[in-house]
Design a protein around this ligand. Structure first.
Ligand code: HQG
Length: 181
């Protein structure tokens, strides 16, 4: 991603995951924003993005964070929302035996007490690859990778979803399913 596209991606993350109201935009209940309205409201708030640029950002995004609707008229973030009102309506999915969660060393004492809980976001985020978890954890400090016995959780009735960009989501991970390094 170029610096310019990264900047637009950050702006879209803010608007489509957390705070559409900062530019007077509303998302529908499944998190979709009308593309024309998004570009118009963004421009009115000093953020000029062309339709072509938007398509480039979506296509070149390193984590494929955004997706267009089938008709191309709407756009949404594929995961990572904090907005309580958004329901992505992802189908439940069967996770692999093990999933990883990347966190920072300073959160370990708390996680050892209460397990993994969604903080500002709607879900706890897990990944199938350890390397992804290292990068996720490094955002907050010295990374620590926790191993989650996902298949066992699933067998006991915990619901998992897989976002369109491959992130595994669940409401919370109780302590007994977590292995610490
Ligand atoms: C931690 C990025 C204390 C948790 C990434 C994490 C991801 C606890 C932080 C996506 C805790 C929440 C999400 C407990 C969990 N006590 N701390 N009981 N339970 N935590 O940002 O997973 O680049 O909401 O370990 O790639 O870091 O934005 O979640 O460190 O997919 O597209 O509380 O964000 O994607 O932090 O990251 P976050 P996350 P994007």
């Amino acid at each position: 991603m170029t610096d310019k596209n990264k900047n637009i991606s950050k702006f879209l993350s803010l608007i489509l995951r957390h705070a559409p109201d900062t530019i007077g935009l509303t998302l529908d209940k499944n998190g979709w924003a009308d593309v024309a309205t998004l570009l118009e409201r963004a421009a009115a708030h000093g953020k000029r993005i062309s339709l072509e640029q938007l398509h480039e950002v979506v296509a070149s995004n390193d984590k494929q964070r955004f997706a267009f609707s089938a008709d191309g008229r709407a756009i949404r973030a594929s995961q990572g929302h904090s907005l309580k009102s958004v329901d992505l309506e992802l189908a439940p999915a069967e996770p692999p035996a093990i999933l990883y969660h990347g966190t920072a060393s300073r959160f370990i004492t708390s996680i050892r007490q209460s397990g993994l809980k969604a903080q500002a976001r709607r879900h706890v985020h897990l990944s199938a690859e350890r390397a992804t978890a290292v990068a996720v954890g490094a955002r907050y400090g010295v990374p620590v990778v926790l191993t989650v016995r996902a298949a066992e959780m699933h067998a006991l009735g915990h619901v998992f979803h897989r976002s369109d960009n491959g992130v595994w989501l669940t409401d919370a991970v109780p302590l007994r399913f977590i292995e610490f390094p």
